[in-house]
Write a protein that binds this ligand. Structure first.
Ligand code: FMN
Length: 177
C-alpha cells in the first residue's frame, strides 16, 4: 500500500475468506496495532481474545441472528473487550483498537470485518455478549464490544468511491442544514 489515503480508499469489509491461515508475523502485526492504539488517560482499558480454533469460530459465528455467520470461515477472530471500571470511555478505546487492527490488516493485504456485539442479541432472552462470555469464560466486569474477523480475501472488492463522499455532512464553522 503506497500511502494512508489509498489505504482508506481501498479498505472494504471482507466477509468471504480463502481457506488459508495467517502467518504468525501477520497475526502479531495485527495485534500490535491494537496494543499501539491510543486510550483515554492512557488507561489501556481493553483486552483481546484471539481465536483460531475452527470449532470455536463456528460457535462465535452464531453469536447473533444476522451479520456474524462469516466468522465461521475466517482465519482468525479477535474478540475485543473493555473494562468499564478502568475507563468510562472503554467503548471508544475498544473501537479505536478495533479499527486500528482492521487498517493494519488491510495494509498487509488481509481482509477483515467488524462484528458488532455490544447491544446485540443472541436470541430474545440472551445477549450476544452473554453468549460469548459463556463460550470464552470472560469474567465480569469485562464487556464485549466487537469481534473482528480476519483472513485472506477471496477476492478484492471495489474501492470506496471518493466522488460519493458525504461532504454535506461536513459543516463549516456552524451546523447548517
Ligand atoms: C460499529 C460497526 C459495526 C459493524 N457491525 C457489523 C456486523 O455486525 N456485521 C457485519 O457484517 N458488518 C458490520 N460492520 C461493517 C459495516 O457494515 C461496513 O463497514 C459498512 O457497511 C461499510 O462497508 P465497507 O466496510 O465495505 O466500506 C460494522 C461496522 C462498524 C463500523
Amino acid at each position: 500500500m503506497s500511502n494512508f489515503h489509498n489505504l482508506l480508499i481501498n479498505r472494504r469489509s471482507t466477509r468471504r475468506f480463502k481457506d488459508e491461515l495467517l502467518k504468525p508475523e501477520e497475526t502479531e502485526m495485527i495485534l500490535s496495532a491494537a496494543l499501539l492504539s491510543p486510550t483515554s488517560k492512557n488507561s489501556h482499558s481493553w483486552q483481546f481474545i484471539v481465536v483460531d480454533d475452527k470449532e470455536m469460530l463456528e460457535k462465535l459465528s452464531r453469536s447473533k441472528e444476522h451479520g456474524s455467520k462469516f466468522v465461521a470461515n475466517c482465519a482468525l477472530a479477535v474478540v475485543v473487550l473493555g473494562n468499564p471500571i478502568v475507563s468510562d470511555v472503554w467503548v471508544e478505546d475498544a473501537s479505536i483498537a478495533s479499527i486500528a487492527m482492521q487498517l493494519q490488516a488491510e495494509d498487509i493485504g488481509i481482509g477483515s470485518c467488524w462484528v458488532q456485539i455490544r447491544e446485540r442479541q443472541y436470541n430474545d432472552h440472551i445477549s450476544a455478549e452473554d453468549h460469548i462470555r459463556d463460550l470464552l469464560d470472560i469474567p465480569m466486569p469485562y464487556e464485549i464490544l466487537s469481534i473482528i474477523a480476519f483472513g485472506k480475501k477471496e477476492k478484492e472488492r471495489t474501492p470506496n468511491d471518493t466522488d460519493a463522499l458525504l461532504w454535506e455532512n461536513v459543516h463549516i464553522a456552524e451546523f447548517k442544514s
